[in-house]
Ligand binder design. Structure first.
Ligand code: UD1
Ligand code: CA
Length: 458
C-alpha cells in the first residue's frame, strides 16, 4: 500500500520561546526540533510538505530544497495552516499531519497511528496521550459511548473538562477525501479569531464520519515544546535515549546524566566516557578510547585507543593512540598523528602533528606541518603571525625543539635538527644542524652574593 503524505505545521512564531529564532529551529541534541519531526515523518511517509511562515527564509535556509514548502503568510491557526497545503495534496489517500514542535514522537508511533487509521477505515484519527499534567494541551472530549466528540483547547475548557487527562498530541491521520471536503469551511474560533484544526473533529463527527483516536503508550513522546523549559525537558529526554542506545551498543558512561551527545554522533565499543563530556556535530569516536572528564569535541574524528581529557577539540582528527590533555585546545583543521601527545596548556591550530611527536607543555603550534618523532620542549612557540599575515612552518622528522624557543614563520626546520633552548629562530635550519640563537652568558664572580646581601641590609 502506498505510504501517506506528511504535512508538518511549522509556521508559528513560537511567542512563548521569546526568541528571534523561529521556534522550530531551536536545537535539541544538535538538531532543530523540526529536523527531528522530519526524520520521524520520513520513515513512514512518501513525501513531506512543510508549512512555513514565521522565519520562512531561515527555515528554508537550514533544510534546503529537499522539501515542498508552502507559505502561510499570516498565522491564523493550525487549521488555517493546513488549509494552505490542500491544493498540493492528492484527491485520495491519507495525510499524516504533524506539528513542528513535537520532536520526541518516534516513527514507530506514527506507523502505528497510520495502520490503526487504515484498519478502522476512519476519516480522521487523532493521536492522543494520557498526561498527569495536561495543562496547556487540547483535551479529548468523548461522548457517553466513549467516542471522540471534540477537542477543546485549554483556553476554552470548562472546570469539569480541566480534569480530563487525555490530550491531543497535535498529530493526526486524515482521509484526504474527507479533509478536502470539510477543511475549507472550518469555522473561525470566536474567542481567538483563529482557525483551529482541532475544530475539524466535531465537524466530521456531526457529518457522520468515523473519527477515531489512537493513544500513545509512552506519553513522554507527546511533549509539545512551547517554551524553553519544555525545550530543556525534551532535550534531556532525547539525551537519555541517545546515551541509552550507546551504552547498549557497548560504550561505558561513568555518569550518563552529565554526558551530552548529539544526535548522529558515533562512539565505538569499549570506549569509556567520563563525566562532563560533550560530543557534538559530526563527531565520530573509535573503539577503546578514554574520553573526559571535562571534554568538548565538535565535528572531530577520533581513532581507536585515544585518550582525551579536559580539552576542547574543534573540527580536527585525532588518530589512533593519541594522548590529548589535560588542558589542551585543538582548533579547526588539525590532525594529531597516531600515538602523538598534546599535553597541558598547549594550543594547536590548523596543524598536522606527526606520528609519535610530542608537544607536552605550554606551547602554541599554528599553521605547522610537523613530521613524526618530533619533540617540542616546554614553552616553545610557533610565531606564525607577523601582525598582518599568517605564515607556514615545517618541522622535519625527529627534530628536537629546545624549551622556550620561538620559531618565527615562514620557517623550515630540517629533519633531525636540534634547536637550542631559548633560541629565536628566524632562518631555515638544514637537516641535522644545531641552531642556537641567544646572547652569550657571562658569569661575574661574587656579584650575586653581594647583591643579595645588599638587599638584606635595606
Ligand atoms: C496545538 C493544538 C492542541 C495540542 C497541542 C499539542 C490546536 C488549536 N491546538 O496547540 O490541541 O494539544 O498543539 O502540542 O491545534 N502553526 C502554524 N500556523 C499557525 C499556528 C500554528 O503553522 O497559524 C504550527 C506551529 O508552528 C506549531 C504547530 O502548528 O508547530 C502547533 O501550534 P502551537 O501554537 O504550538 O499550538 P498549541 O497551542 O501547542
Ligand atoms: Ca505547541
Amino acid at each position: 500500500m502506498e505510504q501517506p503524505r506528511a504535512v508538518i505545521l511549522a509556521a508559528g512564531e513560537g511567542t512563548r520561546m521569546k526568541s528571534s529564532l523561529p521556534k522550530v529551529l531551536h536545537l535539541l541534541c544538535g538538531r532543530p526540533m523540526l529536523w527531528h519531526v522530519i526524520q520521524s515523518a520520513k520513515a513512514v511517509t512518501s513525501e513531506q510538505l512543510l508549512v512555513i511562515g514565521h522565519g520562512a527564509e531561515q527555515v528554508k535556509g537550514y533544510f534546503g530544497e529537499e522539501f515542498l514548502y508552502v507559505e502561510q503568510r499570516q498565522q491564523l491557526g493550525t487549521g488555517h495552516a493546513l488549509q494552505q497545503v490542500l491544493p498540493y495534496l492528492p484527491a485520495t489517500g491519507e495525510v499524516l499531519v504533524l506539528c513542528g514542535d513535537t520532536p520526541l514522537l518516534e516513527n514507530e508511533v506514527l506507523e502505528q497511528l497510520v495502520s490503526f487509521h487504515r484498519r478502522e477505515g476512519a476519516a480522521a484519527t487523532v493521536l492522543t496521550a494520557q498526561m498527569e499534567e495536561p495543562r496547556g494541551y487540547g483535551r479529548i472530549i468523548r461522548d457517553k459511548q466513549g467516542r471522540v466528540q471534540k477537542i477543546v483547547e485549554e483556553l476554552h475548557l470548562t472546570s469539569e473538562q480541566k480534569t480530563v487527562q487525555e490530550i491531543n498530541t497535535g498529530s493526526y491521520c486524515f482521509d484526504l477525501q474527507a479533509l478536502k471536503r470539510f477543511l475549507p469551511s472550518l469555522p473561525q474560533n470566536a474567542l481567538k479569531g483563529e482557525y483551529y484544526l482541532t475544530d475539524l473533529i466535531p465537524v466530521l463527527v456531526e457529518a457522520g464520519f468515523k473519527v477515531e483516536s489512537y493513544k500513545i503508550e509512552d506519553a513522554l513522546q507527546a511533549l509539545g515544546i512551547n517554551d524553553r523549559l519544555q525545550l530543556s525537558w525534551a532535550a534531556s529526554r532525547m539525551r537519555e535515549k541517545i546515551n541509552t542506545a550507546l551504552m547498549r551498543s557497548g560504550v561505558t558512561m561513568i555518569d550518563p546524566a552529565t554526558t551530552y551527545i548529539d544526535t548522529g554522533v558515533e562512539v565505538g565499543r569499549d570506549t569509556v566516557i567520563y563525566p562532563q563530556t560533550i560530543l557534538e556535530g559530526k563527531t565520530k569516536v573509535g573503539e577503546n578510547c578514554r574520553l573526559g572528564p571535562g571534554l568538548h569535541l565538535v565535528d572531530t574524528l577520533v581513532g581507536a585507543r585515544v585518550t582525551c581529557r579536559q580539552a576542547v577539540v574543534l573540527e580536527s582528527i585525532l588518530q589512533d593512540g593519541a594522548i590529548i590533555g589535560p588542558f589542551a585546545y585543538i582548533r579547526p583543521g588539525s590532525t594529531i598523528g597516531a600515538g602523538a601527545k598534546i599535553g597541558d596548556f598547549v594550543e594547536i591550530k590548523n596543524s598536522s602533528i606527526g606520528q609519535g611527536s610530542k608537544v607536552p607543555h605550554l606551547s602554541y603550534v599554528g599553521d605547522t606541518q610537523m613530521g613524526p618523532g618530533v619533540n617540542m620542549g616546554a614553552g616553545s612557540i610557533v610565531v606564525n603571525f607577523d601582525g598582518r599575515h599568517k605564515h607556514a612552518t615545517s618541522i622535519g622528522e625527529g627534530a628536537f625543539i629546545g624549551c622556550n624557543s620561538n620559531l618565527v614563520a615562514p620557517l623550515s626546520i630540517g629533519s633531525g635538527a636540534f634547536i637550542a633552548a631559548g633560541s629565536t629562530v628566524t632562518r631555515d635550519v638544514p637537516p641535522g644542524s644545531l641552531a642556537i640563537s641567544r646572547s652569550k652568558q657571562e658569569n661575574k664572580e661574587g656579584l650575586g652574593k653581594r647583591f643579595l646581601e645588599k638587599k638584606k641590609e635595606k
